[in-house]
Design a protein around this ligand. Structure first.
Ligand SMILES: C[S@@+](CC[C@H](N)C(=O)[O-])C[C@H]1O[C@@H](n2cnc3c(N)ncnc32)[C@H](O)[C@@H]1O
Length: 218
């Protein structure tokens, strides 16, 4: 998803931190706009499939956290793919309307799901509502451009990850198209996360591409 120069319903423009030097402000209105335009994000599913296929995400995990979870597509896809798992799927987002949409879409699109597996938390990446060393996997899909304090966010992610836990940073498109990712990775390294691999994923049918960077807490 490229929110750069995206036009909301009132014709105002949302720019990412790469353009403005400041993180964009998310409101109920931008949440509705995002849900209408990118809600059921195909790149989220591609990223989740990759994490499962490569063994970074599995049914023996107990806690998976999606930071800036948006409409909840990634978590729903995990629930579909890991049906026998008892893993708790926690969506964290500081935009109340976004969490409302995530909850509503999960109930309406997947009525047979065990909803007790899902937890929705109103919070930013800068203050995660989880205990130290509690998450097996943290996902941040198209989110780090939107946080207000990158250092604080990566420190929090490192804190909540279990030793050897996985952080998956997703960015729509290629890294070459995105000058921010190197900054994100440098900051992640400074906070004790080690880059394991970088992979561009593509779904040729509808030309979807997402680059996923896997980092490990050592
Ligand atoms: C581009 S959307 C991506 C949503 C979802 N991860 C996806 O890939 O469809 C960015 C999300 O980041 C959330 N966000 C904004 N500020 C944030 C922050 N400080 N910490 C975590 N998430 C934030 C927004 O509410 C929005 O849901």
């Amino acid at each position: 998803m490229d929110i750069d120069n995206a036009t909301t319903t009132d014709n105002s423009t949302i720019n990412t931190v790469s353009e403005t030097g400041e993180a964009p402000v998310w409101t109920a209105e931008t949440a509705d706009w995002y849900a209408a335009n990118f809600g059921d994000s195909a790149t989220n599913r591609v990223a989740v499939d990759y994490l499962i296929e490569q063994g970074f995400l599995s049914s023996c995990h107990s806690m998976v956290v999606d930071i800036g979870c948006g409409t909840g597509t990634a978590l729903r896809h995990i629930a579909e793919e890991l049906q026998t798992s008892k893993v708790t799927l926690m969506g964290v987002d500081p935009t109340a309307r976004m969490l409302e949409i995530a909850r509503e879409q999960t109930q309406s699109m997947c009525p047979t799901f065990d909803f007790t597996r899902f937890q929705w938390r109103l919070a930013g990446a800068e203050g995660l509502p989880l205990a130290d060393n509690s998450a097996n996997v943290v996902m941040a899909l198209d989110v780090l451009d939107h946080v207000h304090d990158l250092g604080k966010s990566l420190k929090e992610i490192h804190r909540i990850l279990k030793p050897d836990g996985t952080l998956a940073i997703g960015k729509d498109g290629s890294l070459g198209e995105d000058s921010n990712t190197e900054l994100h990775l440098q900051c992640a390294r400074e906070h004790g996360l080690v880059v394991h691999s970088i992979r561009k994923l593509a779904e040729t049918d509808d030309n979807v591409a997402m680059t996923v960077v896997i980092l490990k807490k050592k």
